[in-house]
Design a binder for this molecule. Structure first.
Ligand code: SAM
Length: 376
């Protein structure tokens, strides 16, 4: 069977689709300022072994969005009012999510992170994590805004969750309210303590810095991390906000944060013995009081070591946060597709991955979906 090589095409339909919803790698080069030489040669795609792309990157980390709904309306993510959510019947059921996770596990995925939207607003999440645990992933983690962690930390731990990242963008109650628009700082701080007590530590605290909004809190966060032994991770503001207001001038470069903290509390890089695919550049305090992470997606992209795949809550496999293309598997799941057919979509989605996210390319186009619709 000959599989095609495509260039400058909207949709590549794989000849193995057997009349079902096409298992296609959708590639739209016209919407990208990508090298024209980025060809997707499906005949060279391995049909067994790990999920690998044409640049040799092995994908073993799956971000599983279990809902696009959230009880917060963070300024960098959603509009204050009027966010439109997916109809419930369009979201994958836990049985469907479980099946996809099982297939991914067979394809070499070994870590899973539940996200959303807010994963803890979906009823049944604890039972789902317990089922995921049966699949033998080496790591099951979650990113949460923390509002429901006081209630859920212990059951989540008992179900097999290993660790949580808690988002918190200000240590000042009034500013927290201004950025997150719902919920309270104290509630999120309590959530971190509850998670630690339940054994979900060390907690990583995700902080999105926006220039002129909260970038005067860099040292406060550094001191907070040093005092609590929590790993503060400073995330650059990415062009993934639903209202589309992102401006490059609002990005606080990781290098500037490093300089500022290092001047007060000297830091040194944490060297990894192997190539570390984690998005964060890690630094430890020279005096032994913990570490920080910098996720400099805009100013220092780390695409070269990216090992991440995403499944949206409505069942689309995405090979990059910034991709304009995705491969939906919901219809396949609901029309009796075999595991092998779904495996093919996974493989093609990874094989079609671009070398980089392209944020800094002149022709960059934001993806149509925003962060909460993809799963951050
Ligand atoms: N609701 C959960 C939470 O608040 O952590 C999980 C989903 S949220 C989309 C995942 C992460 O994405 C959070 O740490 C959030 O701060 C981050 N995030 C959302 N929009 C972002 C943006 N435009 N740029 C950078 N990070 C963003």
């Amino acid at each position: 069977m000959t599989q095609p090589v495509i260039e400058n095409s909207d949709v590549l339909v794989d000849s193995t689709s057997n009349g079902r919803a096409p298992s296609a790698v959708r590639v739209d080069l016209r919407r990208r300022a990508e090298p024209k030489s980025h060809l997707v040669d499906l005949s060279a795609m391995p049909l067994s072994g790990p999920l690998i792309d044409t640049y040799g990157r092995v994908h073993d980390d799956l971000r599983l969005s279990i809902t696009d709904r959230c009880n917060f309306r963070c300024v960098y993510c959603m509009p204050e009012e009027g966010m439109v959510f997916q109809a419930r019947e369009d979201l994958l059921s836990f049985d469907e999510l479980y099946r996809v996770a099982a297939i991914a596990k067979e394809l070499g995925v070994n870590s899973v992170r539940l996200t959303g939207g807010e994963p803890l607003v979906r009823r049944g999440v604890v039972g789902f994590i317990a089922r995921l645990g049966e699949l033998g992933f080496s790591d099951i983690a979650m990113t949460t805004n923390g509002t429901k962690l006081v209630e859920y930390a212990e059951p989540l731990k008992a179900a097999g969750l290993r660790r949580v990242n808690v988002s918190c963008d200000s240590l000042r109650p009034d500013r927290f309210a201004q950025i997150r628009r719902r919920g309270e700082l104290d509630e999120v701080l309590e959530a971190m303590s509850a998670a630690e007590l339940a054994g979900l530590g060390p907690i990583k605290v995700n902080v999105v810095l926006i220039s002129g909004v909260n970038d005067d809190e860099v040292l406060d966060f550094a001191e907070f991390g040093r005092a609590t032994n929590r790993i503060v991770r400073f995330i650059e503001f990415m062009p993934l906000d639903a209202p589309g207001h992102w401006q490059r001038s609002e990005v606080v470069p990781g290098a500037r944060i490093l300089e500022q903290i290092n001047a007060r509390y000297p830091l040194e890089p944490i060297q990894s013995a192997v190539i570390d695919p984690a998005p964060a550049q890690r630094f430890r305090y020279v005096d032994g009081r913990g570490e920080i992470g910098l996720i400099s997606s805009v100013t220092e992209p780390f695409c070269g070591t990216c090992n991440r795949l995403r499944l949206t809550a409505d069942g689309a496999i995405r090979n990059c946060l910034f991709s304009n293309d995705e491969s939906t598997i919901r219809d396949l799941l609901r029309s009796g597709a075999t595991d092998a057919e779904i495996e093919t979509v996974f493989r093609q989605a990874v094989w079609g991955k671009f070398p980089g996210h392209g944020i800094n390319d002149p022709g960059f186009l934001r993806p149509q979906r925003s962060m909460s619709m993809i799963g951050g």
